[in-house]
Write a protein that binds this ligand. Structure first.
Ligand SMILES: Cc1ncc(COP(=O)(O)O)c(C=O)c1O
Length: 399
C-alpha cells in the first residue's frame, strides 16, 4: 500500500462549525479572569460519602441508560428547591437536567434561534451565551443597564428599533441576579417592568439564575419565573456554583412545547447518572450548610478585593459592590484601552477580562471584570495592587 497522506477535513465542515477560539488553561499569578470556585471550598469528602451511600442504594441502575431528561429524583429535588427558595411552582416534568446550565442555555438557543433573529441581552453578557447566540446566527443587541439592571426605556426602545427595521425580537436573555459580568442584581421594580414590556410585545424571557444561591448580603429578589404562570419565562439554574463546575450538572425549567424542541439538541442521552446520584445525595443532606460556608468565604474575598480597589483605584474608576456572586465590574474613564493591555497584564502576572469581550457590540474596552471567587482574600488584595502597578507602568493610570 502506498504511504497514506494525512486526511484533511477541509471543505467538509458545516457552516455552523467555526474554529473554537477558547484559550488554554494558562493561569496568571493573580488570576481574576477565571470564574472558578476556590478548590479549597469544594465539598470533596461529603461528595465521596454521598456517592457511596447512593451507589449502595441504587448503583445497579447504572447498568441502564438514564432517562433522557435526567435522574427523576434529582429533578424532583430541583422542583422542591425552586418552590422553597424561589417560590416557583414547578413540577418534576417541567425540569430537565443538563450538563451544566450552559447546555440548557445552548439547547434553548438552538431551539429558538434562526439566522438573523434579533435577541436582546443586558449591555454586557456571559461569554458562553453570547458564543451560542452567534453560532446560530443571532443578531444580538444589548439593552442599556445601570446598577438596577436593564433600563426599561432602553428595553422598549430596542424592541421598537427592531420593529422599525421590520424585525421581531425573538427572545430576551437576562442574568438578573449577580449578573455576569456586571455583578449587580436587577431590582424587583425593574423585573416587573421588563416582564410587563415583554408581555406587551409577546416576547419570551430566558432567565439565567445560576448565581442566585451565592448571596452573602441583602435580600433575595423574586425571580421572573415566579412572577409568570403563563409559560413565557424559561429558566435555567446550575449546580456548578454550589457544588462544583466539574460535576457538569445544571437544569432548565420550560413548558412542554419548548422542552420537546430543546430536547432534540440534547446529545449523549441523559446527564451523567454517577454524578447526579452523588450531587443529589449530598445536597439533600448538606445543601444549606455548604452554601452558607461557601458564601461566608466569598464575602471575605469580595471585601478584600473592594478594599484593594478603594486603596488603589479610588477616584480613578467606578464599581458597584455586589451582594453575591463572583464578579466586580470596574469602569475606567472612557477612552482607556484595557483590551490592548490584557495579554501584557497577564504576562506580567494579573489576569482580567476586558469589557469588550462581553459586549454584543464590542464596546467596553475601558472596563474590566474581576472575579474574586477563586483566589484567597490575601491574593485578591495583593493582586489588585499589582494590577494598579501594571496600569501605572503602562501609562493607563495617573496617580
Ligand atoms: C451567567 C452564566 N450562565 C451559565 C453559566 C454556565 O455554567 P454551568 O454550565 O457550569 O452551569 C455560567 C458560567 O460561568 C454563567 O456565568
Amino acid at each position: 500500500m502506498a504511504d497514506a497522506q494525512p486526511f484533511s477535513f477541509e471543505g467538509l465542515f458545516s457552516a455552523h462549525a467555526p474554529i473554537t477560539t477558547r484559550g488554554g488553561n494558562r493561569n496568571a499569578k493573580y488570576d481574576f479572569a477565571v470564574a472558578y470556585p476556590d478548590p479549597e471550598t469544594l465539598p470533596l469528602d461529603g461528595l465521596l460519602e454521598s456517592l457511596k451511600v447512593a451507589l449502595d442504594r441504587e448503583g445497579k441502575n447504572l447498568a441502564y441508560y438514564p432517562v433522557a431528561e435526567g435522574l427523576p429524583s434529582l429533578r424532583q429535588f430541583v422542583a422542591e428547591k425552586l418552590e422553597r427558595d424561589r417560590n416557583m411552582k414547578v413540577s418534576v416534568d417541567d425540569v430537565i437536567l443538563t450538563s451544566g446550565s450552559g447546555e440548557g442555555i445552548a439547547m434553548i438557543i438552538h431551539a429558538l434561534t434562526d439566522p438573523g433573529d434579533v435577541i436582546l441581552t443586558e449591555e454586557f453578557v456571559y461569554l458562553g451565551t453570547l458564543r451560542q447566540m452567534r453560532l446560530w446566527g443571532g443578531d444580538v443587541r444589548s439593552v442599556k443597564c445601570d446598577d438596577q439592571g436593564m433600563i426599561p426605556e432602553s428595553l422598549e426602545e430596542t424592541i421598537k428599533q427592531a420593529q422599525n427595521e421590520g424585525k421581531k425580537v425573538k427572545y430576551i436573555y437576562t442574568i438578573p441576579t449577580f449578573q455576569n459580568p456586571l455583578g449587580w442584581t436587577m431590582s424587583l421594580e425593574r423585573r416587573k417592568k421588563a416582564l410587563d414590556i415583554a408581555r406587551s410585545y409577546g416576547i419570551p424571557i430566558l432567565e439565567d439564575d445560576c448565581y442566585v444561591d451565592l448571596r452573602f448580603e441583602g435580600e433575595d429578589v423574586t425571580s421572573f419565573r415566579s412572577m409568570d404562570d403563563t409559560g413565557q419565562v424559561l429558566y435555567v439554574g446550575s449546580f456548578s456554583k454550589i457544588v462544583a463546575p466539574g460535576m457538569r450538572l445544571g437544569y432548565m425549567v420550560a413548558p412542554e412545547e419548548v422542552r420537546k424542541r430543546a430536547m432534540s439538541f440534547k446529545g449523549g442521552g441523559g446527564v451523567n447518572q454517577f454524578a447526579a446520584l452523588a450531587v443529589e445525595e449530598y445536597l439533600r443532606n448538606h445543601m444549606y450548610e455548604h452554601i452558607n460556608e461557601h458564601n461566608d468565604a466569598l464575602r471575605v474575598k469580595r471585601d478584600a478585593m473592594l478594599a484593594a480597589l478603594g486603596e488603589n483605584f479610588g477616584g480613578a474608576a467606578k464599581w458597584v459592590k455586589p451582594e453575591g456572586g463572583l464578579y466586580v465590574w470596574v469602569e475606567f474613564p472612557e477612552g482607556t484601552d484595557l483590551a490592548k493591555l490584557q495579554d501584557q497584564a497577564f504576562d506580567e502576572g494579573v489576569g482580567y477580562y476586558n469589557g469588550s469581550m462581553f459586549s454584543p457590540e464590542g464596546k467596553g474596552a475601558n472596563c474590566v471584570r474581576l472575579c474574586f471567587g477563586h483566589p484567597n482574600a490575601q491574593t485578591n488584595y495583593e493582586g489588585v495592587a499589582e494590577l494598579a502597578r501594571i496600569f501605572e507602568r503602562h501609562g493607563v493610570l495617573q496617580v
